[in-house]
Design a protein around this ligand. Structure first.
Ligand SMILES: Nc1ncnc2c1ncn2[C@@H]1O[C@H](COP(=O)(O)OP(=O)(O)OP(=O)(O)O)[C@@H](O)[C@H]1O
Ligand SMILES: [Mg+2]
Length: 288
């Protein structure tokens, strides 16, 4: 059984007006327990619209969302189960911090779940610690924090519900390189230590290569590619046509091949590139 299944999902904004836009045109995809899925696609391709269906924030006009084999819209209880089981963190989530203390913001979800005071407190402490903030932050106002800290608080607010599926819309957007790498590490660590499925949107192909097990490519409301990082990123030409790009390190290796060097074409992360380059140099050293 998949943890989440999307079946022939169609969605239009501003239906029945001259501004009607087909944002999703029949999307079907399964998400498995424990995997990290990166979602990429040109701006306006439907990524956020898809994500907002996964926890019942948007209701499909056509098609179904199944959470653990149950249509999330089949009853009030199933919508509720999905809202708590699938945690959604928006693009720029720091804009949605609205409580007067970090504690209250992170406690918002667990409170809605109807947990006991003690359990709420425990979950807040755990979540805040998980995102790398100390207990000193709990009584601060979210508005006094830096951009990166606010982002962490917002993510803590979602993981405090202990969702089986963590859905993040552009979690690294606008962060500096250090903040970005820390956050990617954190997402990977969350996935490994809890076994939760993670689905995240990114504009950055390098980020996706770094942590995703699988990649979905959206274009004009359709999924046009769905496979491992290797399988998807090796289709460089098609990605370019979709307005996307392969990681810089991949381009460097492709350039080297063009120049006649016998280096591999399936290099997608800097670390992997480093290893493969050392291998290549050793081989050349032995042969020369
Ligand atoms: N609230 C809305 N009202 C009307 N149209 C919308 C709304 N939200 C999105 N759209 C339109 O639906 C389509 C898909 O938008 P969506 O936000 O899902 O794309 P996206 O892939 O997340 O884009 P981005 O990379 O810019 O975040 C676009 O044509 C967009 O203009
Ligand atoms: Mg978006």
């Amino acid at each position: 059984m998949s943890v989440l299944s999307v079946k022939n999902l169609k969605y239009e904004y501003s239906k029945g007006t001259p501004f009607q836009i087909g944002a999703l045109k029949g999307v079907s995809v399964d998400f498995e327990y424990g995997e990290i899925v990166g979602v990429i696609g040109h701006t306006g391709s439907g990524k956020s619209t898809l994500l907002q269906h996964l926890n019942g924030l948007l209701k499909p006009e056509h098609g179904e969302i199944l959470f653990e084999d149950e249509n999330i819209w089949s009853s009030k209880e199933s919508v509720r189960r999905c809202r708590f089981g699938v945690g959604l963190c928006f693009q720029y989530p720091e804009h949605q911090l609205f409580e007067s203390t970090v504690f209250d913001d992170v406690a918002f979800g667990p409170k809605n779940m109807g947990l006991s005071e003690n359990e709420i407190k425990e979950r807040v402490l755990e979540a805040v610690k998980f995102v790398g903030l100390s207990e000193d932050y709990l009584q601060k106002s979210p508005f006094d924090l830096s951009g990166g800290e606010k982002r962490r608080v917002a993510i803590a607010g979602v993981i405090s519900m202990k969702p089986k599926v963590l859905v993040l819309d552009e979690p690294t957007a606008g962060l500096d390189p250090v903040g970005k790498n820390d956050l990617l590490d954190l997402i990977k660590f969350y996935n490994k230590s809890t076994g939760s499925t993670v689905i995240f949107v990114s504009h950055n192909m390098d980020d996706v290569a770094l942590i995703a097990d699988r990649v979905l490519v959206l274009s004009e409301g359709n999924i046009v590619m769905n496979g491992t990082v290797e399988a998807v990123y090796s289709r460089g030409e098609e990605l370019l046509e979709l307005g996307l790009d392969v990681p810089e390190i991949t381009r460097v290796f492709l350039k080297l091949r063009e120049k006649g060097f016998d280096v591999p074409s399936d290099v997608f992360t800097v670390q992997d590139g480093k290893d493969k380059l050392i291998e290549f140099l050793k081989r050349r050293g032995n042969n020369g």
